[in-house]
Design a protein around this ligand. Structure first.
Ligand code: GLY
Length: 369
């Protein structure tokens, strides 16, 4: 059964998130946005293209003014301005104008790149998010953050650009590669931890169904997870305050992602960063010891890492401090005041960060001790 969740921007309805279990209703949704008169360009990566590219193109052909597809090579290493430049060139060659529209079909990289191309091509054209990974469905497709990595820094260049629609076909999650599915789950867990203790408990109670990817449970999970994200981005669309809470687990997580040269998935690094942040929260007596261990161990049944080997803690600290979440020399760190309530803190010291990194660092010596 399809469900619809309107998202406000500046207190006005801006776009809907549609939760559904197939691509069948996509044209109906696009039709309602006046797409018969438009040129539509599906932007997708080489991997997702193989799975859904032709199916989606087939749904559009003959219904709109023109339907085309632009495919770029998959991988975080392609989240660059060069990939965006190729999109511009393709759109120019296909005669796209400001009234036309882009459709981002894929994971977080595709959504961010396509959104950025949409924000900048002809000073802004419309785009729709059709996220196909759990990470993109629960997080990156909502809230209008777009951008690319630049000079080794993640998401360093970008813009806020709201989509016209987020169309989620939850069925795609059932065939997602296992590691990618659980990596995305880290962001779902994050939403419970930072804002909604009842949802966090619900995730634990429904662990079996979530691991088995029961479609109705997935739909409820996504509705609840996206409600957290929606409420945060509606209150603070351009990250002047509360939206930064969504970065829980990302401060140290991004540093590990970079140090490991993207060998670990983003969500896996978020899980590690979340454990580190929960550890600091315990050491500051915001969480009890039991709560800390519960948070840490809750990642395990979802096949997420809670420790990492082959890292240099000093290097992770340096990378953490060079991340763009610094403000006037202080790191904007997200801690847990309690389960279901995150707080922003600018006073976390190097020593605290290092101790947290040591906590999640799994060294050879640990094995032999
Ligand atoms: N992914 C964090 C945010 O949307 O702000």
């Amino acid at each position: 059964m399809s469900e619809r969740m309107p998202v406000l921007y500046n207190k006005k309805p801006c776009y809907d998130i549609v939760f559904t279990q197939s691509f069948r209703a996509l044209w109906e949704e696009l039709d309602a946005l006046g797409c018969q008169e438009k040129r539509l360009c599906i932007v997708t990566d080489s991997k997702v293209d193989e799975l859904y590219g032709e199916e989606l193109l087939g749904l559009l052909e003959g219904k709109c003014r023109k339907a085309v597809k632009h495919v770029f090579p998959c991988g975080e290493e392609n989240k660059t301005l060069d990939t965006v430049k190729d999109i511009y060139k393709f759109l120019i060659a296909e005669g796209f104008d400001r009234k036309d529209m882009l459709l981002a079909l894929g994971g977080g990289v595709t959504g961010d790149i396509t959104g950025y191309a949409a924000a900048t091509f002809l000073r802004g054209i419309d785009y729709v998010q059709i996220p196909t990974t759990l990470l993109a469905q629960t997080d990156s497709s909502i809230g209008g953050k777009t951008g690319v990595d630049f000079d080794g820094y993640k998401n360093m260049v970008g813009a806020f650009k709201m989509p016209r629609l987020v169309y989620m076909n939850l069925e795609v999650l059932r065939t997602l590669e296992e590691r990618q599915y659980f990596a995305g789950f880290a962001e779902v867990m994050k939403h419970g931890l930072i804002k909604d203790a009842v949802f966090y408990e619900w995730l634990i109670e429904n662990m079996y169904e979530i691991c088995e990817r029961d479609l109705d449970v997935l739909q409820e999970m996504m509705m609840r997870s996206c409600t957290v994200k929606r409420l945060v981005v509606e209150k603070d669309p351009t990250e002047q305050g509360d939206r930064a809470l969504l970065n829980f687990g990302h401060t140290i997580g991004h540093a590990i992602e970079k140090a490991k040269d993207f060998e670990l998935y983003h969500g896996e690094c978020v899980a590690l960063g979340a454990v580190a942040a929960a550890y600091i929260s315990w050491k500051r007596e915001l969480l009890t010891m039991e709560e800390y261990y519960e948070v840490r161990d809750m990642f395990v049944p979802f096949y997420l890492p809670i420790s990492v080997d082959n890292i240099d803690p000093q290097e992770i600290l340096r990378l953490t401090k060079s991340d763009k979440k610094m403000e006037s020399g202080n790191i904007k760190f997200v801690l847990l005041k309690k389960i279901g309530k995150a707080v922003l803190d600018r006073t976390v010291t190097d020593e605290e960060i290092l101790a947290a990194i040591e906590e999640i660092y799994f060294s050879e010596e640990d094995v032999h001790a």
